[in-house]
Design a protein around this ligand. Sequence first.
Ligand SMILES: Cc1cc2nc3c(=O)[nH]c(=O)nc-3n(C[C@H](O)[C@H](O)[C@H](O)COP(=O)(O)O)c2cc1C
Length: 244
Amino acid sequence: LDEQLAVVVEEQVPVFSFTFGIPDFAEVKSAGATIVGTATTVGEARALEAAGVDVVVAQGWEAGGHRGTFERSPAEVEVGSLALVPQVVDAVSVPVLAAGGIMDGRGIAAALALGAGGASLGTAFLTASETATPPAFRRLLARTPAEGTRVSRVFSGREARLVRTDAVEELVGSGQPPAPFPLQLDLTRPIHLAGLQADDPSRLFALAGQGAALVREAAAADLVETLVAETERAISRLSGDPSG
Ligand SMILES: Cc1cc2nc3c(=O)[nH]c(=O)nc-3n(C[C@H](O)[C@H](O)[C@H](O)COP(=O)(O)O)c2cc1C
């Protein structure tokens, strides 16, 4: 971990993180919180730094869930983490967290190699045993190949990466324009809930990144320990240590 980030973790400093733009965070910052904002382009990273954030999350195109893009239409921004992270690292002086497609210690080591101070994982924790992720959703994630997700507005009205289930593909194929965010959720939520009730993954609207198939079932604390050990192993391997 980057030194500044390590202080935040070790001293359990409150964190205020946001996406979709730059809210007025002056009051939260003066109350002592560490401010974390999401960028999907170098321009957004610079704008966040100028606004006074303490940490920038560089969200690559691989990432699951809603796109944090705020300076233009998300559909125009398709930059993967491998290209985005080093360019954001070069553009700002605050620590950068890499996000998007990172599922294990190999990914975290890669993020550190790109100059990130740390990594932010979303999809990897959907199968942590403490989460409310239902069984059909968990099974779906484990069998979703790297090309099995897409970015679309059909879920909520705003661009989000989700699994290409039958329900998603039917809605995309219908050509019907989604209702504005978040009204579209009124249409998709009942389909999703019915899918869960029937234990039918094909009816789900499952937000997930391109690394979904690499999910693991484990308690969150155990998963974190595994990730740390894997990252250390990956780094030793790269440094030529044969035991790595
Ligand atoms: C199910 C799910 C829900 C998410 N919800 C949010 C959210 O509410 N706010 C947010 O800033 N990012 C959200 N994200 C995006 C994550 O913050 C992060 O950018 C992303 O998960 C990183 O990529 P990965 O999923 O490949 O690890 C979500 C991601 C997932 C998978």
